[in-house]
Every structure is written in C-alpha cells, then in structure tokens.
Design a protein around this ligand. Structure first.
Ligand SMILES: Cc1cc2nc3c(=O)[nH]c(=O)nc-3n(C[C@H](O)[C@H](O)[C@H](O)COP(=O)(O)OP(=O)(O)OC[C@H]3O[C@@H](n4cnc5c(N)ncnc54)[C@H](O)[C@@H]3O)c2cc1C
Ligand code: HEM
Length: 426
C-alpha cells in the first residue's frame, strides 16, 4: 500500500511527466529494447519509428499518476489495454522487465538517484498498476483457455485463400495448420497476426479485426496495404508483407480472437458506421446479425419459428450500415453488401464517396458525395434506442461521435474501435 506521503510524491510528478512524458518513455523504450532485444518481436517497430507507442505509454502512466487515489476511473481503458496485451501474449514476468527499465529511465532522465524516495514511490505505484493489469489479463487468458476451439499463445494458420476486395484491401482466409477447431468469437473482435518482416529480419505482430462472423470454418482478416505516405518513407511493415510476400498456402501466426469491441445487443436496431478499412469489424457484425437467429442444424430460422407460432410476428430488428469511402476503387466488399441488402429487407445501406470516380453512379454506387456528414442524414437513420458502432480513422470517429451526441444519442450507446495505438483517450 502506498502511504499518503508517497501518493503526494507521485502526484507531484504529474507536471514533470506532462513536460517530459514522451521524452521519458522514448528513452525507456530505447533502454528496454537495447537490454532486451527479444522484445522487438513483441513491440510494434512501426510505432517505434513514428513515436506513437511512446505517446501511448506516456499517456497511460500520466493518467495513472493523476488518478492514483481512485484508479477505478481507468477501468474502461484497462480492459482495452489488457485485451491488446493478451492478444500479444504478454506474460507476468515481462512486467518486471518493463518496471525495472521504467524506474531506471525515470531516475536517469530526471537525474534522481535510484535510492530516492520518489523512485521508491513510483516502484510501488507501478507494481499496483502491473498487478491490476496482470490480474485482468489472467482472467482473459482463462476465458480463452476455457473457450472451445480457442488457444493460448501463437498458433500456425495457413492462408487458404487470398481475395482482392478493392485496390487497397485484400482478405485472407485463414485455417488452423493443426486442423483443429475454431472458437465462436464475438463479431467485432480482432486477432494479432505475427509474420516475419523481410526488411527487419524479425517477426512483427499487428492486430486485425475479424471481417466475418464465426463460421467454425476459417478466420478472415481484410488488410489495407499501407503505402508510404510521403516520399522517402517506408510502407507499412506487416500490411506490405501480407500483400506482397505472403500467398495462399503460406503460414502466419495468430493469437486467439479477443477485444472488447463487439455487438452488445443483436435484438436492438444496430447502426454500423465505418470509413475505409474500418468496415472490417462492421462486416463481421453485419454477417452475425443476419445469421444470428439461424440454427444451421435446423431448417427453420428463429424468426420463421416465431412466425409459425404467432400470426403477428415481431419485425426483425433493423440494421443500418453507413459507410464512407473515397470512391468505388477503394470501396471494399461493395457487391457483397449490396447483395445482402437485396436479400434482407431489414438491412439499410448508405454510402458516401468523398471523391467519386467518373464512372461512379449516384444512387447506385453511392448515396451522397463528399465526406460523411451525419447531421445531414434523415432522422430515420438514428433511432433513439439503437446501438451505434464506429470504426475508421481517428478524425472520422471523432467527427461521427460528436455528430451522434449532437443528435441526442446517449454516450453509452456509442461504441468505437481505433485501429492503432492511441485509441486510449485518457
Ligand atoms: C484493434 C485493431 C484492429 C485493426 N484492424 C485492422 C483491419 O481490419 N484491417 C487493417 O488493414 N488494419 C487493421 N488495423 C491496423 C493494423 O493493425 C496495422 O496497424 C496496419 O496494418 C499497419 O501496419 P503495418 O505494419 O503495415 O504498418 P507500420 O509498419 O506499423 O507503419 C504504420 C504507418 O507508418 C508509416 N511510416 C513509415 N515510416 C514512417 C516514419 N518514419 N514516420 C511515420 N510514419 C511512418 C507507414 O507507411 C504506415 O502507413 C487494426 C488495428 C487495431 C489496433
Ligand atoms: C503497467 C504497465 C503497462 C502499461 C501502463 C502499458 C500501457 C499500454 C498502453 C496505453 C498501450 C496502448 C493501447 C492502445 O492504444 O491500444 C499498450 C500497448 C502495448 N503494450 Fe503495454 N503497458 C504496460 C505493460 C506492458 C508490458 C509488460 C509489455 C510487454 C513487455 C507491454 C507491451 C505492449 C505492446 C507490445 C503494446 C502494443 C504496442 C503497439 O501496438 O504499438 N506493455 N500498453
């Protein structure tokens, strides 16, 4: 337990951390990866290159320092971070490595001796946070262990099929090399894929949302090729490895499906709002919603059974699928979703193209030109008691989140997934 004096000491470091937080964690990463180079296969070397990881950890440490007296306010982000840690197969002993390097970094960057009471207080505080994470992660590992078809650690998967979905996005259908079963994951969850990156000569892990609901047959991910954004910059390590070097019959390593972004209530109206490759978890949710009540072992669907029992069967809950893309060239899974909308009259699709191509037809390929602006959509798209799911680039999600709040949608009905470190807003 921390004493009041130690709590005060920790809190007094908040302004210093605010000023030096990123420099500190940057130093910390260099120190830790220098001392423990094997961890380079755990951490995202792309984030190291761009500095995103340094900011994320700094943010978490700072938030913890600020909330040291009531760390329960961190509970929602702890869940998010722990799911990510679990998907990276992070184990308790690694917390000692991080802790030791963090304390030495604080001491070295702030020029405070290791024996100083401030370092001791931080050691205790880090220990508390680490215990909270380790316990939460143990629970998630246990769930995986107890879920039929799930697994712990890395499992080899064969790329059974590679399907081009757009100019930028390709789907990978993955089947376990061991021929074993697959888990019934929740639509919206992700896996971590680990591949050898030729440019680096080491393996790299990245998260990918599963882009189809659980079928028991395969896991599908749909990956956007991240080209270099400015001249002289490298393309994304893992996405380009998957697109360029890995082909059908090749093997990738996967951790078990996890994550706390998933359909909460399939019985309600669900509004799925995405941009670009952010459609992947939405397509999984959509497919789950459309198959949810169908038992493959029985001929009649749940709704057919209900209809058979009552002459006035309730309506199937509506699904609104709202998507933003630049144009048809990068509009992934367009035909599949349009086909579903034709088959299911409870599915409503709305598409915004920012820069339609000449051949793109309004009313056929897309419904509005320009950036998606929810404030301009008819109110029929925004039922009060629906659940709203958001996924796309950070500015897109922030804009849609604000637009939903402005339309009176309660915060607790809005769920979002960020693709990348930095989704933790503290
Ligand atoms: C929960 C979750 C789900 C996700 N689901 C999906 C999904 O379904 N589909 C999908 O495609 N992605 C998804 N992602 C994103 C995915 O994990 C990867 O982040 C993405 O594929 C990029 O990884 P990469 O290795 O290709 O790029 P990285 O090597 O990580 O590089 C990232 C970017 O940095 C750029 N870069 C290169 N050099 C520099 C430099 N010096 N400075 C700054 N930037 C530089 C690269 O060009 C690239 O665009 C998801 C992420 C999360 C967290
Ligand atoms: C109490 C200690 C820790 C804190 C406060 C912490 C905090 C965080 C945060 C905030 C993120 C970003 C989450 C997101 O935005 O999605 C993250 C991701 C990550 N953490 Fe931790 N973490 C801790 C311990 C560890 C340990 C022990 C390891 C392994 C040695 C580790 C490895 C990672 C990795 C690999 C990622 C993903 C990085 C990326 O994709 O860039 N963390 N952590």
């Amino acid at each position: 337990m921390l004493s009041q004096h130690q709590i005060d000491l920790i809190k007094s470091t908040v302004p210093v951390l605010r000023e030096n937080g990123v420099a500190l964690t940057d130093y910390f990463y260099k120190r830790m990866l220098g001392n423990n180079p094997e961890l380079k296969e755990t951490f995202n070397m792309g984030h190291q290159r761009s500095g995103a990881q340094a900011k994320a950890l700094a943010g978490a440490v700072l938030a913890y320092a600020e909330n040291i007296e009531d760390p329960s306010v961190l509970a929602p982000v702890v869940e998010l971070i722990c799911h990510k840690h679990v998907s990276l197969n992070i184990q308790a002993p690694e917390y000692d490595i991080v802790g030791e390097n963090l304390l030495h970094s604080i001491s070295e960057v702030l020029n405070i001796p290791m024996e100083h009471e401030l370092i001791e207080a931080w050691g205790l505080a880090y220990g508390q946070l680490a215990d909270l994470f380790i316990q939460t992660e143990q629970k998630i590992y246990l769930e995986h262990q107890q879920t039929q078809g799930s697994w712990l650690g890395w499992r080899d998967f064969i790329i059974a099929k590679k399907v081009k979905e757009s100019d930028e996005i390709t789907s990978f259908y993955l089947v376990p090399k061991d021929g074993g079963a697959l888990p019934k994951y929740k639509a919206g969850q992700y896996v971590t894929v680990r591949v050898l990156v030729p440019e680096l000569g080491i393996k790299q892990p990245r998260q990918y949302s599963l882009s189809d609901c659980a079928s028991g047959q395969y896991l599908r991910i749909s990956v956007k090729r991240e080209d270099a954004k400015v001249e002289g910059q490298d393309p994304g390590y893992v996405s380009s490895t998957l697109h360029q070097y890995l082909n059908e019959h090749d093997v990738v390593e996967l951790s078990a499906p996890t994550g706390n972004f998933f359909l909460v209530n399939p019985e309600k109206t669900n509004v799925l709002i995405s941009a670009g490759v952010g459609l992947t978890p939405m397509v999984a949710m959509l497919n789950q919603l459309l198959t949810e009540n169908t038992d493959p072992n029985e001929k009649l669907s749940f709704w057919q059974k209900v209809k058979a029992q009552f002459s006035h069967a309730p309506e199937k809950p509506a699904i609104h699928f709202i998507h933003a893309a630049r144009n048809s060239r990068v509009h992934a899974m367009k035909n599949a979703i349009q086909g579903l909308a034709q088959q299911h009259d409870n599915l409503n699709v709305f598409v915004a193209y920012e820069h339609p191509e000449q051949q793109d037809k309004l009313g056929q390929d897309y419904d509005t030109q320009g950036r998606l602006d929810l404030s301009k959509l008819d109110k029929k798209w925004f039922p009060e008691h629906a659940d709203y799911y958001l996924c796309g680039p950070m500015p897109f999600m922030q804009a849609q989140h604000q637009a939903l709040l402005a339309r009176g949608i309660p915060q607790e009905n809005i769920h979002s997934e960020a693709f990348g470190t930095g989704g933790v807003t503290l």
